[in-house]
Design a protein around this ligand. Structure first.
Ligand code: PMP
Length: 458
């Protein structure tokens, strides 16, 4: 770390409290300052180049440094830099993007509500579920079921939906009325001799048991990422969503699809609801909607929900929910241009075409002594490292090797994400075959280093 007084690193340590960071360790190692980006690459203040194999935080679909988004933002700033959409006000970016999203949705949706983050969007989804059930005279039907290892954000509501101990511990989460059912990770939680289909049946049975224990009249909704992201890139087992949806319909639960990572091409289709045959009542979108050039998320919901909510607003005066920056016109203008680029450059088709290159390429690492499982779909994947391949025994403590790999990868010009000992890949959708090859080659070198390090440690 650069310890020169008043250096950017020293000032960072002095003033900047970092999200999802070990604060004490940060005081020692300081920041890695990223200065600029181009395509799939970012560059630090020492001029070092990295392949951004996680597209930032699973989000920069069109790649870094796209001037058209800067131009779209500047044009909107000059015309109307800000306006809200409370009390019947509107603006063209709001009208155009809403129409576009409803028309893009894989099932018939009615309306779009905008927030600044995925967390706020999931809070909005929770509030809509509660509001809807109040509106239709079911005030006891309020519990929402999420899953262990789900990631839905970090606000009090969304953080409660999240099913990861780090996001609950010492924050006094989850709040009441949020429950978690099993995580559909076959490699970790499938039983000996159990087929994927049987595992999916057991997952659906666990969900049904939970609903029956709680009382179906008290359970309002099920929320899930079609393919789980930040919990470890967990691809649902075959028939999982079909069976889960059946249970939800049986007990009249709304289905919320959190497409924050999955949406806009990540799984090779526009939405992962198409990939897995999910028919949601609400969809939550973010990240690739602007390629994270601006903060934005959206909640789409069906006409059934809209009609009940609308009647209620008419009774009580207004829908009492909205952010100062909901549907910010500059942000929405950037989203429109980003979606234009995704369409013009056929990035969803590219994701589908590059999927086998990434998935087969990573699966070639399966023979590596550290690799327990390679999983993924489309342009999202994870490689889970284990202490013993035969027994799937994890390293002790979990995360130590993953974190070492995460750190070391930088030396090979690679930015990945470690989730415990699973190393996640989610590159920009613009990536080509040669770049995927280079990314995997940098990762293989890192893995070899890790193996040598583990041997050294004994
Ligand atoms: N849902 C999912 C599936 C996510 O992956 C994330 C963020 N990684 C969120 C919600 C929360 O989004 P934000 O960080 O914008 O609040």
């Amino acid at each position: 770390m650069d310890t020169i007084p008043n250096s950017p690193a020293a000032r960072d340590i002095a003033y900047f409290f970092h999200p999802v960071t070990n604060a004490r360790r940060h005081e020692q190692v300081g920041p890695r300052i990223i200065e600029r980006g181009k395509g799939i690459y970012v560059y630090d203040d020492q001029g070092r180049e990295y392949i951004e194999a996680l597209a930032g935080l699973w989000s920069v679909a069109i790649g870094f440094g796209e001037p058209r988004l800067a131009k779209a933002a500047a044009a909107q700033m000059e015309k109307l830099p800000y306006y809200h959409s409370f009390s019947h006000k509107s603006h063209m970016p709001g009208i155009e993007l809403s129409e576009r999203l409803v028309k893009m949705a894989p099932v018939k949706m009615s309306k779009v509500f905008y927030t600044n983050s995925g967390s706020e969007a999931n809070d909005t989804a929770v509030k809509l579920v509660w509001y809807y059930n109040n509106a239709i005279g079911r005030p006891n039907k309020k519990k929402i079921i999420s899953r262990i290892k789900a990631y839905h954000g970090i606000t009090i509501g969304a953080g409660s939906l999240t099913g990861l101990p780090l996001n609950h511990r010492d924050f006094d989460l989850p709040i009441a009325n949020i429950l978690h059912t099993c995580c559909p990770h076959y490699y970790r939680f499938g039983r000996d001799g159990e087929s994927e289909e049987d595992f999916a049946t057991r997952m659906a049975q666990d969900l049904e048991d939970l609903i029956l224990r709680e009382g179906p009249d008290t359970v309002a909704a099920f929320i899930g990422e079609p393919l789980m992201g930040a919990g470890g890139v967990i691809v649902p087992p075959k028939t999982y969503w079909e069976k889960i949806q059946k249970v939800c319909r049986k007990y009249d639960l709304l289905i919320i699809a959190d497409e924050v990572i999955n949406g806009f091409g990540r799984t090779g289709k526009t939405f992962a609801c198409e990939t897995f045959g999910i028919k949601p009542d609400m969809m939550v979108l973010s990240k690739a909607i602007t390629s994270s050039y601006q903060p934005l998320a959206a909640v789409l919901f069906t006409d059934q929900i809209y009609q009940a909510v609308a009647d209620n607003t008419n009774k009580i005066g207004a829908f009492g929910h909205g952010f100062t920056a909901s549907a910010h016109p500059v942000v929405l203008a950037v989203a429109m241009e980003n979606l234009n680029i995704i369409e013009e450059r056929k990035l969803i088709q590219n994701a589908a075409a590059m999927a086998p290159v990434l998935q087969d390429g990573l699966r070639k690492l399966s023979a590596h002594p550290l690799v327990g499982e390679v999983r993924g779909l489309g342009l999202i994947a994870a490689v889970e490292l284990v202490a013993d391949k035969a027994t799937k025994r994890p390293f002790d403590p979990i995360g130590k090797v993953g974190n070492w790999v995460f750190e070391r990868a930088h030396d090979h010009g690679l930015i990945v994400r470690a989730i415990g000992d699973s190393i996640a890949f989610c590159p920009p959708l613009i990536i080509d075959a040669a770049q995927i090859g280079e990314m995997i080659s940098r990762f293989r070198k890192t893995l070899d280093d890790a193996q040598a390090w583990i041997r050294q440690q004994g």
